[in-house]
Design a protein around this ligand. Sequence first.
Ligand SMILES: Nc1ncnc2c1ncn2[C@@H]1O[C@H](COP(=O)(O)OP(=O)(O)OP(=O)(O)O)[C@@H](O)[C@H]1O
Length: 217
Amino acid sequence: MLIEAQGISVAIGGGIVLDDESLRCKTGIMTALVGASGSGKTTLLHCLGLLLPVDKGSILIDGNDVTRYSAAARRRFWRDHAAFVLQDYGIMDEESVAFNVTMQASFIGKRVSGNKERLKQSLEQTGLKNRGNELAGHLSGGEKQRLALSRAIYKDANILFVDEPTASLDATNRRMVIELLADFTARGRTVIVSTHDSEMIAACGAIHQIGSSNSSH
Ligand SMILES: Nc1ncnc2c1ncn2[C@@H]1O[C@H](COP(=O)(O)OP(=O)(O)OP(=O)(O)O)[C@@H](O)[C@H]1O
């Protein structure tokens, strides 16, 4: 799916966080949102994922202006098209790793064929093989981050919004996550990543520098 932001601005608590940002995120190309700490990468990612409203400008998804979506239409978009790996990971500590991977897809009643096999694969792909029965609360920060990624991969959404996916990872896991996201993108998904990580940025086919309102390809 094609996501286009056209001149979007956001003010939070009286301060301008995003000022006239425009970018295009295409299917099959991983887009990096880059900028200094506090420049608004997370805010922009949240706007593109319809988690935060914009004050000016518009966001088009496959040509539809989603800035005017009702709450119900936004929920449909999240349910049918989007997966998120955000900074708080949204993990239920009192539940098992396996439950956390499958819960989003289960809650929405999405039919996932061969889901046991798929659960196994999505855990293997993030290095959490054989960890499905553990309590999620017992995982480290980096493992929770990979669990959140397993959940997004399991859902197999058209668009993946990922906030700092390599922030708490060592070099080996960082490389694994970058390859995983590149592979997911190559399978015809739209992947948008907020990141500071030079290796992650190097793996992206488009880079949007916050504040410059242009993307390099
Ligand atoms: N809910 C909020 N209330 C007040 N200020 C906010 C809020 N959310 C974001 N901001 C401010 O907006 C600016 C951009 O924040 P954002 O988290 O988008 O930046 P970032 O580029 O992702 O930063 P980092 O790289 O440090 O994660 C910051 O100055 C931040 O303090």
